[in-house]
Design a binder for this molecule. Structure first.
Ligand code: KG4
Ligand code: ZN
Length: 345
């Protein structure tokens, strides 16, 4: 298929399915315009177990995918036959979850005789802030902060990246979720910690800002989580709001400090912030302030595109098609797709 330009009415109509973890998502995109996007979140189902149970997730993808796909097509007033290409998340993620969206997308591509485009979930997050930008991804630094990843990446353009740093242990979202669990907050802890922090004193506890002087761009959040764990028995009743606010401030401080360092070293004028944790209001506020001081443009996706969604997957597929990508029906899921290997080729 010949790819048309992003603004052209002939830009390919791409359907993407995303099932890397516990969200069953579908989206339709034409060029830069998201025509419809649906997400069925399994949070309520996994909440009772305190975390994602892979087998339960795959069973629920099986139940949710068809209605989610139908609602997406209906939302855009389109039919499967209208599609020009079909994309799906290939990894990283849970094998038994990835497999469902990936197989369904492949099946649709085969049945329609259209190209199948596998997409890296992290690339979806990384490029999601550019979705509103007519020119697409450009020279910038990207920070992906999700439940599974914390990556600082130099972006040169679509498909051209260099890994600057990553977490050596817990991802930022994982740290939020673990602290939420320690405090008895519902799963996933991140949004609940953030909400509870609103009423807290962020200067009450001076939690460690690990690795700030490490001279590289790597992160570590497990010591911070342990510091919270050791603090709790010393304060009864636990000042939950103050702990949340002080913990959140430490995470934000670490992320901002390392990212600013990277922005300066790379001499870029754009920061693209993505992943579920980038919904965090304090994080947004502090990054906005830092970017103002640095004279850097901060690109943020709307909250619905920060957490797992299929629009970001459709967007990457559309960019790949514009770049001349061809169908990859032979592709397989890659549950443990390694960020270092992928980003540094
Ligand atoms: O990107 P995402 O939906 O899934 C992964 O690919 O991991 O990120 C989910 C993560 C969870 O750890 C969740 O707790 C965190 O993002 N999160 C937040 C907030 N909203 C979601 N963390 C802190 N503050 C928030 N407001
Ligand atoms: Zn994600």
């Amino acid at each position: 298929m010949k790819a048309a330009g992003p603004g052209s009415p002939k830009a390919p109509l791409v359907l993407a399915l995303e099932t890397s973890c516990d969200e069953s998502a579908a989206a339709l995109i034409r060029g830069r315009e998201v025509l419809a996007a649906e997400v069925f979140s399994q949070i309520a189902i996994h909440g009772q177990y305190g975390g994602v149970v892979p087998e339960v997730a795959s069973r629920n993808h099986l139940l949710a995918l068809r209605p989610v796909l139908e609602a997406t097509l209906e939302g855009a007033g389109l039919r499967l036959a209208d599609l020009d290409a079909i994309a799906a998340t290939a990894g990283p993620g849970l094998a038994t979850s990835l497999m469902l969206g990936f197989s369904l997308a492949k099946g649709i591509a085969v049945a329609l005789g259209r190209p199948f485009i596998p997409v890296n979930h992290i690339e979806g997050h990384l490029l999601s802030p550019f979705l509103g930008e007519p020119t697409g991804p450009r020279d910038s630094v990207g920070l992906v902060v999700s439940g599974g990843h914390t990556l600082l990446v130099r972006i040169y353009g679509t498909g051209r990246y260099r890994l600057l740093g990553k977490t050596l242990d817990d991802a930022a979202g994982e740290a939020f979720d673990k602290v939420g669990k320690l405090l008895g907050l519902p799963y996933p802890g991140g949004p609940h910690v953030a909400e509870t922090a609103l009423g807290g004193d962020r200067r009450r506890f001076n939690f460690p800002r690990s690795m700030l002087g490490s001279g590289d761009y790597d992160f570590s959040f497990s010591g911070l989580k342990t510091a919270v764990r050791y603090l709790l028995p010393k304060h009864v009743p636990v000042p939950v709001a103050d702990v949340c606010a002080s913990f959140q401030e430490a995470v934000v401080d670490i992320l901002v400090a390392k990212t600013v360092k990277a922005i300066r070293a790379e001499s870029v004028d754009t920061l693209a912030l993505s992943g579920g944790v980038s919904c965090n209001l304090r994080l947004r506020e502090q990054f906005a302030a830092a970017c103002r001081i640095e004279g850097v443009q901060l690109l943020l996706a709307p909250p619905a595109l920060c957490t797992d969604n299929a629009a970001m997957i459709a967007y990457v597929a559309a960019l790949k098609l514009e770049g001349g990508a061809v169908s990859q029906l032979e592709a397989e899921i890659e549950p443990s797709l390694n960020a270092s290997r992928w980003l540094n080729g």
